[in-house]
Design a protein around this ligand. Structure first.
Ligand code: GDP
Length: 362
């Protein structure tokens, strides 16, 4: 019964949206990602959160556990969210996929006391240029004078526990942030007042430190993805893998390896891949696919476990010969049943686009 028709229907799937977290240094990107990872682990579902190479996968069930009453899982059919681990804003600008941004959606983290800073402006420029939908995490609300911290609760619940004075102090900062966004050309509002997220940027007040407001952020990201990105998330789950190189890294025993975010299809051990290189596209064969070992041991050689195949969206380390000249930001393509020259031409074309843009940036 393995007809072509069957294969096609079986292959249709909705992949996980890829989320990037950007913002000025020290505004709390790392703390926010740690909090999302940490709270999800606390929710009990051991292993529900999976650490990928360069990314963290938060499945829908975990989002809904964390978000409690804010999320009804039956409203969603996307599988969850894949957070790319805080790439510096420079590398983010080169993280492309098929001429668009690798991230489907972004979180712009802004310290609510500090407001817009140079790297906030740069991040906003990149988001505008790549047309990436985003929400603003107005972070560090717990530093508002007189704040009464409420661990991990939705923002409305936290606001109910605050004095009028603390709440109005926070509001002053939030309105200033809304003003900064407006100066940057984005009409923005508190997220619970936003009707149309395609016209208005939602601001989510939160604390990466105490976790209050984090359920709201996950809910908004899930809702936005479901509503506006669902069409783009429909992929051929078994098609030839497509990804973007995050980093080229030497690994003991493997030589040069690629940390890749796979955004489409599947990649398997032994498959021929084409990777963007410093001079020419590199054609090579996947020797190993590596994922972080759960509860990673300290000894370097035990950090990874090998897997047979990886399906989008996911982060994965690829070990293969001849990767020394591979480049961060470059495309990776599984050849599968196609003509290798065709795929090489495709990769060359995409590299040319990236180079044009990098030149324009510089
Ligand atoms: P990054 O450079 O954007 O990754 O920022 P970090 O996550 O490293 O945070 C910078 C500093 O701000 C660290 O000392 C964090 O502990 C602190 N920080 C981050 N988020 C919060 C928050 O919500 N509340 C408070 N009080 N401190 C925070």
């Amino acid at each position: 019964s393995d007809t072509n028709a069957d294969a096609n229907t079986d292959g249709d799937a909705l992949r996980t949206p890829i989320v990037a977290v950007l913002g000025h240094v020290d505004h709390g990107k790392t703390t926010l990602l740690d909090r999302i990872r940490g709270s999800a682990v606390q929710e009990g579902e051991a292993g529900a959160i999976t650490q990928h190479i360069g990314a963290t996968a938060v499945p829908l069930e975990t989002v809904s556990e964390m978000a409690g009453a804010l999320v009804d899982p039956s409203d969603f059919d996307l599988p969850g969210l894949l957070f790319i681990d805080t790439p510096g804003h420079h590398s983010f600008s080169t993280l492309r996929a098929r001429g668009g941004a690798l991230a489907d959606i972004a979180v712009l983290v802004v310290d609510v006391n500090d407001g817009f800073q140079p790297q906030t402006e740069e991040a906003i420029d990149i988001l505008r240029r790549t047309g990436t939908p985003f929400v603003v995490a107005a972070n560090k609300i717990d530093t508002t004078p007189g704040w009464n911290p409420q661990e991990d609760v939705p923002i409305q619940q936290s606001l109910e526990a605050q004095s009028d004075r603390a709440e109005s102090r926070l509001n002053e900062n939030l309105y200033e942030l809304v003003g900064d966004l407006s100066d940057a050309g984005f009409s923005a509002d508190f997220y619970w007042r936003v009707q149309d997220f395609q016209k208005n940027v939602g601001v989510v007040p939160l604390s990466a430190m105490t976790g209050e407001g984090v359920p709201d952020l996950l809910t908004v990201l899930m809702g936005l993805s479901q509503r506006y990105l669902k069409g783009e998330m429909a992929v051929d789950a078994t098609g030839p893998g497509k990804g973007t190189v995050l980093e080229v890294k030497e690994e003991r025993g493997f030589g040069a390896t690629l940390d890749v975010v796979l955004y489409d299809g599947v990649i398997r051990i032994g498959e021929t891949i084409v990777v963007g290189g410093q001079n020419e596209p590199i054609v090579t064969e996947v020797r190993a696919l590596l994922q972080p070992r759960p509860n990673a041991e300290i000894r370097a050689e035990k950090r990874f476990e090998t897997v047979e195949e990886v399906a989008a969206a996911a982060g994965v380390k690829i070990a293969a010969p001849d990767l020394d000249e591979a480049m961060a930001g470059a495309p990776v393509r599984v050849v599968r049943d196609r003509d290798v020259d065709e795929v090489v031409a495709e990769v060359r074309e995409e590299l040319a686009e990236i180079e044009v843009e990098t030149a324009e940036d510089g």
